[in-house]
Design a protein around this ligand. Structure first.
Ligand SMILES: Cc1ncc(COP(=O)(O)O)c(C=O)c1O
Length: 368
């Protein structure tokens, strides 16, 4: 049996009829940008995250860019984040004239290590961007304590963690702001691009609202320059439908992750990341580690099983960041994981027999 790494059609066919009705309604109204669908989605997502405000934008990347700008950033301010994330996280810093500072990841969870973070703080540090990697929340108690001690803002990058929680608080409700991506492959994906900022702070709400629409406070009155970062009605309508199903979908992911963990435990040199203590993981990705990563991946491909590497090169070693002056050995944990991580098929609608096929194939690889 072939098992693709990802099959988005399963998430999307489940809401097909509702999506078609929404498209028809939007065509009827000819109201394509903003409007009631966006407002309704923002209200539902804010309630879902137990946070006062949610502002829908057109990508996770813009959510990060706008949230950071709204938190206040002067050119040259240092922002600390993890080198083990998608580049959108760090792009948001430099594209706001901030200076990227990386701190290594925790060996148990592969998320920002609070001890490394504390050691990276300098008098120029203004903010932190912890990334809830693979759907697993960061060590937020420790991170927030460091932020409070040094008076730093915290933008949670929750782009991979819709519905995850830490100490009972949904991600996106813990920091100064939270950012989400609705890129189609996410636990809750749009029919295109989409993103969202959450925040408890009214000043950040107003700043992000203006930034997403060219800095306008009223029509053709621009208090400052902003962007076109608006969400369209089709995405909001689709996402609102998906949000209703997300808790069930996340539960299905968790059940399949449990099966992977049970059946792959002790096989070869396979290792798993720990769920952060106090966290509810939503398994955007199910990622294992092995020193034979490339051979295992090749074997799986040969058997018709998809897999992926998130991420093969940590950001501090990317050509784009050569000017920052980092080199091999600077963040050894991230570097080790870049060599060993492998993400296995896990998505809404994956069947138990498919997961068992992946498990048996991995068992067979390690027997050889
Ligand atoms: C951790 C992380 N941050 C930011 C982003 C950017 O989101 P988008 O692709 O919606 O711009 C993504 C996803 O692609 C992500 O995984």
């Amino acid at each position: 049996m072939n098992v693709p790494f990802l099959d988005l059609s399963r998430q999307n066919t489940e809401i097909r009829e509702r999506a078609l009705a929404i498209f028809a309604d939007i065509m009827e109204r000819s109201s394509f940008i903003g409007g009631p669908y966006v407002k309704e989605f923002e209200e539902s997502f804010a309630a879902f995250c137990q946070v006062p405000h949610a502002i829908a934008v057109n990508s996770g990347t813009d959510a990060l860019r706008l949230a950071i700008q709204a938190c206040g950033l002067e050119p040259g301010d240092e922002i600390i984040t993890t080198p083990f994330t998608f580049i959108a996280t760090s792009e948001a810093i430099s594209q706001n004239q901030g200076v990227i500072r990386f701190a290594d990841v925790h060996p148990d969870t592969c998320t920002l290590d609070p001890a490394a973070l504390a050691a990276a703080i300098s008098p120029r540090t203004r903010g932190l961007i912890p990334v809830h990697l693979y759907g697993n929340p960061c060590h937020m108690r420790e991170i927030m304590a460091i932020a409070d001690k040094h008076g730093l803002w915290v933008v949670e990058d929750a782009c991979q963690a819709h519905g995850a929680a830490y100490d009972g608080s949904p991600v996106g409700s813990i920091g100064t702001a939270g950012t989400f991506s609705f890129y189609p492959t996410k636990n809750m994906g749009a029919f295109g691009e989409g993103g969202l900022v959450t925040t408890p702070r009214e000043d950040i709400l107003h700043k992000v609202l203006a930034l997403r629409n060219h800095g306008q406070s009223a029509r053709y009155s621009h208090d400052f320059e902003g962007f076109n970062a608006r969400m369209d009605a089709v995405q909001a309508g689709v996402l609102h439908e998906k949000l209703k199903r997300l808790p069930d979908w996340n539960e299905q992911r968790r059940q399949m992750a449990v099966l992977y963990r049970q059946e792959l435990a002790g096989i070869g040199d396979l290792e798993f990341f720990a769920t952060t203590p106090g966290a509810t993981h939503v398994y955007h990705l199910f990622t294992v580690r092995t020193r034979q990563r490339d051979q295992l991946r090749e074997y799986l491909t040969g058997q018709g099983i998809g897999s992926a590497v998130h991420y093969p090169v940590p950001l501090h070693l990317q050509p784009a960041y050569r000017p920052l002056g980092y080199g091999p050995g600077d963040f050894p944990v991230a570097e080790e994981y870049a060599r060993t991580v492998l993400s296995l098929p896990l998505y809404q609608g994956i069947r138990e027999e498919e997961v068992r096929t992946v498990i048996h194939t991995i068992q067979a690889f390690f027997k050889h």
